[in-house]
Design a protein. Structure first.
Length: 97
């Protein structure tokens, strides 16, 4: 089960997710973020109360981060996953220099 909320503000769009970022829950989050990116505004994906993230969810988060989406999370598990993705992104950037 997943719950997605979008807040369109002058400074950007925040997509807030609660639930499980796995299985069938991954595609609606990806689609919502893709729509937000089309606005041209900065986009933040906030994992507020996410209890599980599977491989598809992690892969989607990596792609969104590469597209410029600002990833944020609440909670130990989600924060760890986001930090891991952001660290890998920084390491890749250094390796390509």
């Amino acid at each position: 089960m997943i719950r997605i909320m979008t807040a369109d503000e002058p400074a950007g769009i925040t997509v807030t997710v609660d639930g499980h970022l796995s299985g069938e829950g991954v595609e609606p989050v990806r689609a919502c973020c893709a729509d937000a990116l089309l606005s041209g505004k900065p986009v933040r994906l906030y994992l507020r109360d996410v209890a599980a993230i599977d491989d598809r969810g992690r892969s989607m988060l990596r792609r969104l981060a590469a597209e410029g989406v600002d990833l944020r999370a609440n909670g130990l598990y989600s924060s760890y996953v986001i930090e891991e993705i952001q660290s890998a992104s920084v390491s890749k950037g250094r390796a390509s220099l």
